[in-house]
Each structure stands twice: as structure tokens, then as C-alpha cells.
Design a protein around this ligand. Structure first.
Ligand code: SF4
Length: 95
């Protein structure tokens, strides 16, 4: 399966969708230091406008996959989970 580079631009509230935590989070210092810094999916800072996360994505998305609406991205990823009906499997897609 192809590794997709997810370019997550922060929204107006500095939120992004984090695949590791499977939630919308604020891309603040805590997130960066506690999660992104040690995350094996980390692939860049989106030119200082967010975070890039590289992981195998079962959805039919382009590569790179640009995300400007983290809430929509979260919902889209839950559909993927429901489709898979297997959280263990999901974890392997997400890193
Ligand atoms: S690099 Fe990892 S921890 Fe940071 S936003 Fe991406 S998936 Fe989440």
C-alpha cells in the first residue's frame, strides 16, 4: 500500500487532524513536543503552516493529500475505520 503524505494545514483555530491520536487537535507546542516530535509519521511542517504526516491510507486520496478542514478529515477517517471494522488493523495503517 502506498505511503501518502498528508499535508495538514492548520485551520483558523490552529487545529489539525492527528492520525496518531485519531482526533482533531490544536497544533501547539504541547502537541508538537509530546506527539509529533517522536511520531514516526512526522514528515515536515508544511512550510510552517501545519504538519505533514506520512502513512498508508486505505482511502482513495491523492498523494500528497492536502487537508484544510480537519473536522472533515476526521469524519472521513472514521468512515474508514467503520469500513475496516478492526481497530488493530487501523492502527497499522496509521503508522
Ligand atoms: S506527526 Fe504524528 S503526532 Fe503529529 S499530527 Fe501527524 S500523526 Fe499526529
Amino acid at each position: 500500500m502506498e505511503i501518502i503524505n498528508h499535508i495538514n494545514y492548520t485551520d483558523q483555530n490552529d487545529h489539525i487532524y492527528c492520525c496518531l491520536r485519531n482526533r482533531v487537535v490544536k497544533l501547539n507546542q504541547d502537541q508538537q513536543e509530546q506527539f509529533c516530535q517522536s511520531c514516526k509519521m512526522f514528515a515536515g511542517t508544511a512550510g510552517g503552516r501545519g504538519v505533514e504526516c506520512a502513512w498508508e491510507d486505505v482511502r482513495n486520496v491523492s498523494n500528497p493529500h492536502v487537508v484544510i478542514d480537519p473536522a472533515k478529515e476526521f469524519i472521513s477517517n472514521q468512515r474508514r475505520v467503520v469500513f475496516q471494522e478492526n481497530w488493530t488493523k487501523r492502527a497499522s495503517y496509521c503508522g
